[in-house]
Design a binder for this molecule. Structure first.
Ligand SMILES: Cc1cc2nc3c(=O)[nH]c(=O)nc-3n(C[C@H](O)[C@H](O)[C@H](O)COP(=O)(O)OP(=O)(O)OC[C@H]3O[C@@H](n4cnc5c(N)ncnc54)[C@H](O)[C@@H]3O)c2cc1C
Length: 395
């Protein structure tokens, strides 16, 4: 069957949902269709590793897509884009003619070459799967010491599981946090009885009905009831690549209107590589705030309200009773200037490169995201002496 719409959105995540709301907010008559390959309507992913393991309710994760009055097609995968004909083919054999197309295809979890029964944590279905395995005393191995792995490990421990966290780096989130902070976080996990094994690679696995036995790079074995992996994502660029759209930094290149090199196709969210003028470079980020803001902006542009996208996204995480917000490039390879009120509990970390502030980590420090953005936009030059104290620590 052939459909014809003014706006077609591929990907029923937060970027797609936010775009649909924005289009509808300026164009009551737009015919908007959305193809999503998951079985569920758009939802927030952050609660899958946070609130839903504490006091959060599943009813609260769903985005208000109903308000946008769109043709939402779930379990539908877009297979091909014919740019000349402005036509998308889906896996049900339908074709979708569009005037404007948004690619909001996000990313899929990186997988190992073994461990077919591991839970590669990304989707609500993964949460449901893990939920069935979690009970007090269950042995859970979490592979990956970055954002997702560290949050899931904390969630498992909070739910009474005997939790092992395995990763090759020296400490939890060591690619992001300065070494002493990463070491303090790792120590805090151990105090919470998480069996943290740094410097470890999982080299193989044997699984049976009762769980898995992991083979570890130090020669040991670990028997668990379930394995969760958080190894980062691969952006879903295949459609764009096959359609000849420009790619960079692993994502789809967009201009400051979030338009690809085809004026009828925009991209937003985890899959888009966008210009960040405050940092004088392109960025591709995998954070919800960026997906929401870019989705909204792309939707407005697609509905004819062009304006440059200049937002510098922030992100946040919860690790037991520690929490943080971060803006810009937070990368432990940059020069990190630390400002602690209480060491590793309340403070600010500034990330400097060539005399500019490129990123700010607000550690149990709240209400400073806009001030951090303004600091990153300042030309500097900054050094340790002049940057320390620029943002107050507000617990
Ligand atoms: C467990 C977890 C916790 C997180 N916590 C945080 C956090 O605390 N803070 C934060 O800032 N960010 C967090 N994130 C990241 C955040 O959720 C993502 O940045 C955000 O979901 C990206 O939204 P998106 O719409 O760009 O992509 P996605 O959420 O990946 O949505 C894209 C959708 O498109 C679908 N799709 C892909 N290809 C096709 C196709 N060809 N046809 C149809 N559909 C397709 C995908 O299946 C998916 O449903 C977390 C992510 C996870 C998984």
């Amino acid at each position: 069957m052939k459909h014809s719409v003014s706006h077609l959105i591929i990907g029923a995540g937060v970027a797609g949902e936010s775009a649909a709301q924005a289009i509808r907010s300026v164009d009551a008559d737009a015919s908007i269709a959305m193809l999503g390959d998951e079985a569920h309507p758009p939802y927030d992913r952050p609660p899958l590793s946070k609130a839903l393991w504490k006091d959060g309710r599943e009813d609260d994760i769903w985005r208000p897509i109903g308000k946008a009055h769109i043709d939402l097609q779930l379990g539908r995968r877009a297979l091909r884009i014919d740019r000349a004909a402005r036509l998308v083919q889906d896996n049900a054999g339908d074709s979708w003619e569009y005037e404007q197309l948004l690619l909001a295809t996000g990313g899929r979890p990186r997988q190992l070459s073994f461990g077919d029964d591991f839970i590669y944590y990304r989707r609500y279905a993964d949460y449901q799967h893990l939920r069935q395995r979690v009970r007090p005393g269950a042995r859970i191995a979490v592979i990956g010491g970055g954002f997702i792995g560290s949050e899931v490990a904390a969630a498992m421990a909070l739910n009474g599981c005997r939790t092992s966290l395995l990763f090759p780096g020296p400490a939890i989130c060591s690619r992001v946090f300065p070494a002493a902070l990463a070491a303090a976080v790792t120590a805090a996990y151990r105090e919470r009885d998480v069996d943290v094994r740094s410097g470890i690679t999982v080299t193989g696995a044997r699984s049976d009905a009762g769980g898995s036995e992991l083979l570890l790079s130090d020669g040991s074995r670990l028997r668990v009831d379930a394995v969760v992996a958080g190894l980062g994502i691969e952006p879903n660029v295949q459609l764009a690549q096959e359609a000849g759209l420009q790619l960079d930094l692993g994502g789809i290149v967009v201009d400051d209107q979030l338009r690809t090199n085809d004026a009828a196709i925009h991209a937003a969210g985890d899959v888009a590589t966008f210009p960040a003028p405050a940092l004088s470079r392109r960025l591709r980020v995998e954070h919800e705030d960026a997906a929401l803001q870019m989705g909204r902006h792309a939707g407005l542009c697609m509905a004819g309200q062009d304006a440059p996208y200049r937002q510098l996204p922030f992100f946040y995480a919860d690790l037991f009773d520690l929490g943080y917000e971060a803006v810009g490039i937070v990368d432990s390879r940059l020069q990190a200037i630390e400002q602690w009120v209480t060491p590793y509990r309340e403070g600010v970390v500034y990330y400097l490169d060539s005399g500019r502030v490129r990123g700010v980590l607000l550690w149990n420090t709240w209400g400073q995201v806009d001030a951090a953005r303004a600091l990153i936009a300042e030309p500097g030059p900054f050094d340790a002496g002049s940057v320390r104290g620029r943002l107050p620590v507000k617990a």
